[in-house]
Design a protein around this ligand. Structure first.
Ligand code: NAD
Ligand code: TDX
Length: 343
């Protein structure tokens, strides 16, 4: 059936992958991308999508209530999926305010428009970071949908606030909301402020790889396409008012990720540099995706060994190299602010 789906943050890493998936697998749908293009959005990310007649792009800010109202009035979306966010934990530690403005107030604007124009589904893209962290020595513990919210950083707090607001809009106003909470994504087109693309970029240029603390913190890595398939499954099979955890069943310590990247690129471990730890650094994330598996028939299908090779190969391709160089050029100030004198 023909649908109009409005995706916010569709020029970013996961939002763009989701648009690609929709254009490929739901060719009868019209895909609207609203993205203001912050530092985290390389405009070339959507070069291919812009050629597709079913794809429309608005370079606008989700906090701009008037503009959002105009777009909703014109496009009358059936479905809204909100990816737009400030997404980097380290930046939230340096400057929390923009995280509150975009991640909380921007979400409220989108939900107000969704109510006004009667969307069939509003989906909030959330993160496992809202559950806080798990201890490293309790491998038996996992985040479930009923794990209490217990945030550590301004980023995760802003994301938890957005999730709670979305669920409140469901209960109070009857807005048909779903929420997904996902573990760490990796794949092509991820901005090189995040661990995997940053380390690929540094290793390629024979620069030091800055590992926080002792590199023992554990993340549960999920290939970005698997995450996007999970969101589509929530839209099509999920129950309104429910939260779904989407995880990779793929826990790795940061130092092991860094060593895998170095090995894959044929570089030596002498490039590793242990630097001062992140403030409030979460120890371990690990999702129990049982509910999504049973209710949505969703399971991640990309094995990490395959996904990481595909990811590195993309960053080494002509397109990937050019894209990465453009991003690195635009983030010099951040790299200086976060890493200079950190040893
Ligand atoms: P990203 O930083 O790559 O992309 C975010 C996009 O949102 C960018 O294109 C940016 O320009 C846009 N944006 C930011 N502020 C905006 C505004 N005010 N108006 C319009 N657009 C705006 O982030 P990502 O990694 O693709 O994450 C997407 C979503 O998934 C986020 O909500 C994030 O919290 C969540 N998430 C990410 C991960 C992960 O591992 N990357 C894991 C779990 C959840
Ligand atoms: O230079 C670095 N060195 C380092 O050791 C960077 C950038 C990170 N790290 C560590 C910190 C984390 O333990 O690597 C791990 C991963 O860091 P990030 O890539 O910044 O991700 P994380 O903080 O785990 O948050 C991510 O997953 C959940 C995303 O950025 C969030 O948007 C998502 O919600």
């Amino acid at each position: 059936m023909k649908k109009t789906i409005l995706v916010t943050g569709g020029t970013g890493f996961i939002g763009n992958c989701f648009c690609k998936l929709l254009l490929q697998e739901r060719p009868e749908w019209k895909v609207i991308n609203i993205d203001v293009c912050t530092y985290a959005a390389n405009p070339h990310t959507i070069d291919e999508e812009l050629k597709n007649p079913n794809y429309v792009f608005y370079k606008e800010d989700i906090r701009d209530r008037k503009k959002m109202d105009e777009i909703f009035a014109k496009e009358r979306p059936n479905i809204v999926v909100n990816f737009a966010a400030e997404s980097h934990v380290d930046r939230s530690i340096k400057n929390p305010t923009i995280f509150l403005e975009t991640n909380i107030l921007g979400t409220a604007v989108l939900m107000d428009c969704s109510r006004k124009y009667g969307v069939e589904r509003y989906h909030q893209v959330g993160t496992d970071e809202v559950y806080g962290d798990l201890p490293l020595d309790r491998k038996d513990l996992f985040f479930t949908e009923s794990t209490p919210i217990h945030t550590s950083s301004p980023y995760s707090t802003s994301k938890a606030s957005a999730d709670l607001l979305a669920l409140a809009y469901h209960r109070t106003y009857g807005l048909p909301v779903t929420v997904s909470r996902c573990s760490n994504n990796y794949g092509p087109y991820q901005f090189p402020e995040k661990l995997i693309p940053l380390m690929i970029a540094k290793a390629t240029n024979n620069e030091k790889l800055p590992v926080y603390g002792q590199g023992l913190n554990v993340r549960d890595w999920l290939y970005v396409e698997d995450h996007c398939r999970g969101i589509l499954a929530v839209l099509e099979k999920g129950k309104v008012g429910e939260v779904y955890n989407l995880g990779g069943h793929n826990e790795k310590a940061n130092i092991d990720i860094v060593k895998i990247i170095l090995k894959e690129l044929g570089k030596g471990e002498e490039l590793i540099s242990y630097v001062a730890d992140r403030h409030g650094h979460d120890q371990r994330y690990a999702i129990d995706p049982h509910k999504a598996n049973v209710e949505l028939d969703w399971d991640p299908i990309t094995r990490f060994e395959v996904g990481i090779k595909k990811t590195i190969a993309w960053y080494q391709s002509d397109l990937g190299k050019k894209w990465l160089a453009e991003c690195i050029e635009s983030e010099q100030e951040w790299l200086k602010a976060n890493y200079e004198n950190r040893d």
